[in-house]
Design a protein around this ligand. Structure first.
Ligand code: AAL
Length: 400
C-alpha cells in the first residue's frame, strides 16, 4: 500500500509515519511498536552528543593531584547555573589500594570532597569552594565523599553523595549514601550523617555499593535513582535501582522491582512527557541507549545512540517541578577520566549538548554519523599479544 498504488503490498518509498496496513517483517514491525517514531529523524528521544571543554577550571597542570568528576545535575538559582561535583586534591595521583594511605588516594575519587561551581552561560565556570567536606571519623564519608547530586524540595536544597567508610577498592568500591541540606545553593550545608540509602541486605544485588544517587521529583514524591555494581569480578555488571520517599531525609523505600535499568553506569535521567527518560551509558546489553519509562519504573529502549556523555549531569529545568509533561534536556556537564598519562591520571569536567527535548528540533543533532579520522579507530587497536593470538587462531583455522 503506498500513495502511488494503494493496493500494493510493497513497503512504500516514503516512510509512513503510521504502521502501514501490509504484512511487515519483525524488524519493520518493531519500528512502529518499539519506538516513538519509525526513524531517528522524528524520534524525540534520539540525539547526537556534542562536547565542549569548560573554561575557568584549572587542574594543577594535569599532574594528577587535582581531579573534578561526577558532576551533579546542573540547577538554576539566583540567576546562575550551579553544579556540585567530586573534587580530589591530594599530594599524589591515585596509587591503587596497595599504595593508598590516609593521605595517598587509592582511586581517583578517594580522599575527596564535594565542591561546587557556578556559571552565567554553562560554558565558563567559577569554582566557589567546598560544599561538603569529609566528616570526622567515625561518620560515614570520613574516608571520602563523592559523586553528589542535588534536590530542591519545599524551599530547601539537599545534596546526596557517596560516603566511604573505607578506602575505595579495599574489597570493592563499597559505600552507602548520605545527605546534607542547606537553605541556599551556596550553603552553608548541614551534614545529617544519616545513611539515607543503605546498602542492600547480604546477597542482594545492591549489597555492597550504592552509587550515583540521582533525585527527581515525580508523582509528588522523591524518586532517587542509583547505581550498584553487582556480580563481582571478573564479570562486573552495573544496574540501576530506584528508592522513593516522601521526605528528603527518608525513609526511602527501594522499589520492589529493583534493578529498574539493566544497563548504564553513572545515572542521568529526566522527566519526559508523563514519564522518566534515562541515559543508559557505558555498560550492559542495552548500553548506549536512551530509555523511557511511562511510570518511572518500567524502562524500555527508546533509541540507540553513540558517544554518550560519561557521568552525565544534565541541566533539567523541570527536575523539581513535579511536572506531568517533562520538556527534556538540551545540555549538561559530564566528565572525562583517564586524562593525562597513567601515572598522572585525573578527571576533568566538560559540557555536553544534545536535543532530547520536546519542542526542540535541530536536524544537525539528528545525524548518526561521526566522521572520525582513522586514527580515532586505530587507538582501539590490537596490542602485540592480541595480534599474536589472532595470527595463531587464523593458522589453526586454516589447518583444521
Ligand atoms: C563513578 C561512579 C561512582 C563510583 C566511582 C565514583 O563513575 O560510578 O563515583 O564510585 O565511579
Amino acid at each position: 500500500m503506498n500513495s502511488e498504488n494503494p493496493n500494493s503490498s510493497l513497503f512504500p518509498y516514503g516512510l509512513p509515519r503510521e504502521r502501514p496496513n501490509i504484512p511487515l517483517s519483525r524488524a519493520m514491525e518493531r519500528l512502529y511498536t518499539r519506538y516513538s517514531a519509525p526513524t531517528y529523524w522524528w524520534n524525540e528521544l534520539y540525539s547526537q552528543f556534542r562536547y565542549t571543554p569548560l573554561e575557568g577550571l584549572e587542574y594543577n597542570n594535569g599532574d594528577g593531584t587535582l581531579t573534578r568528576r561526577d558532576p551533579s545535575k546542573v540547577i538554576r538559582a539566583n540567576g546562575k547555573y550551579y553544579v556540585y561535583y567530586t573534587r580530589r586534591s591530594t599530594s599524589t595521583p591515585p596509587q591503587g589500594v596497595e599504595g593508598g594511605t590516609d593521605v595517598i588516594p587509592s582511586t581517583d575519587w578517594d580522599l575527596s570532597e564535594i565542591w561546587y561551581a557556578t556559571s552565567e552561560d554553562g560554558f565558563v565556570w567559577e569554582e566557589r569552594g567546598v560544599a561538603v567536606p569529609r566528616p570526622p571519623k567515625p561518620h560515614a564519608g570520613w574516608r571520602s565523599v563523592s559523586t553528589p547530586d542535588v534536590l530542591f524540595w519545599k524551599g530547601r536544597y539537599y545534596l546526596y553523595y557517596q560516603s566511604f567508610l573505607e578506602m575505595s577498592g579495599k574489597r570493592g568500591d563499597d559505600c552507602p549514601v548520605s545527605v546534607s541540606w542547606a537553605d541556599s545553593p551556596d550553603g552553608p550545608w548541614t551534614s545529617t550523617h544519616k545513611l539515607v540509602i543503605p546498602n542492600g541486605p547480604e546477597g542482594a544485588w545492591d549489597q555492597y555499593s550504592i552509587h550515583d544517587p540521582y533525585p527527581l521529583i515525580y508523582k509528588g514524591r522523591i524518586y532517587l535513582y542509583y547505581k550498584s555494581d553487582m556480580n563481582g569480578r571478573p564479570e562486573p555488571i552495573r544496574a540501576q535501582g530506584l528508592a522513593i520517599a516522601d521526605d528528603p531525609l527518608g525513609p526511602f523505600e527501594k522499589c520492589p522491582l529493583n534493578p529498574v535499568l539493566n544497563s548504564g553506569h553513572e545515572t542521568g535521567l529526566f522527566p519526559f512527557k508523563g514519564g522518566i527518560a534515562a541515559l543508559a551509558i557505558r555498560h550492559g546489553n542495552e548500553h548506549n541507549t536512551v530509555q523511557f519509562a511511562p511510570d518511572g519504573i518500567n524502562f524500555e529502549v527508546a533509541a540507540s545512540v553513540s558517544l554518550m556523555p560519561t557521568a552525565p549531569g544534565p541541566y533539567v529545568p523541570d527536575a523539581f517541578t513535579d511536572t506531568d509533561d517533562g520538556r527534556g534536556i538540551t545540555w549538561g556537564l559530564c566528565h572525562f577520566t583517564e586524562v593525562g598519562t597513567r601515572d598522572r591520571r585525573h578527571s576533568i569536567l566538560a559540557r555536553f549538548d544534545c536535543d532530547l527535548s520536546q519542542g526542540h528540533h535541530e536536524p544537525w543533532m539528528r545525524e548518526t554519523e561521526h566522521w572520525w579520522p582513522p586514527e580515532f579507530y586505530f587507538r582501539s587497536g590490537l596490542n602485540e599479544d592480541a595480534r599474536r593470538q589472532r595470527e595463531q587462531a587464523a593458522r589453526e583455522d586454516l589447518e583444521a
